[in-house]
Design a protein. Sequence first.
Length: 302
Amino acid sequence: MIDGVIFIAGPTASGKSAAALGLAEDIGGEIVNADAMQVYRDLHIVTARPSEADEARARHHLYGVADGAERWSAGRWAREAAPIIDDLAARGRTPIVVGGTGLYFRALEEGLSPIPDIPPEIGEAAKARREALGADAFRDEVIGFDPAMARLPAGDAQRLLRAWEVFKATGAPLTEFQNRPREPLIALPVRRLVIEPPRETLYARCDERAAAMLAHGAVEEVRRLLDRALDPGLPVMKALGVPEISAMLRGEANENESLAALQQSTRRFAKRQLTWFRNQAADWPRVQTHGEAVANFTGDGA
């Protein structure tokens, strides 16, 4: 056992899940998901969730717990993860938080803006308003009651919609809530690590993962998701792999074209993750392989 909580972060295909699993077996830990898409039960193959064999080797938490019709945010995830982490520590099990969604780690450590829950009908009204006005005019309207939102381009629909929703629900601008003091959601000491393989190695793994995804059931998984006719704006509908495979199912691309598009999207996603961690987690220790990650935590005799 290692005192406190362990954070293992990194881009897709970096080997972070393998590191978390190996470490959990070595130290008697349990794994807590910090990947925004792996919370959704609809996408097991597409999001590369742990296999049944992996889950038999160590207990996993917050994988496949949400329906695709739900909208999980960093705040929702952190509020679910914090009590799990505290319970694991109380039972003498080291919590190993692993994933590629950097905002999730930040939400745990730095806390959340005290924004009230927004009624679903206001969320629907926000989308209808943006559609009626157009992206540019909607942005102007948001800036009218929250001038700080001028930093956002008109195409940043998610954050502009959020600002509109919060103002309509509370009468106060989103930035007012964001500027209020935050309280961390966990009080345990944290040991952090980013797995960052060489760029060429990472991109090759991204290509391999995309090919394996298509070969092992991802197409049928996406077909079942599309059959649900969910709101295309839901997070699950934007998961890496869903747009590319959907294009193939609609007849807009053949299998080879979809594979090429998915490989490119996966590499680009990994690059964005690398950039986020380099900018936002610059002081976290780095290793290149999952084996080095495990050794980083166990090599000191812990």
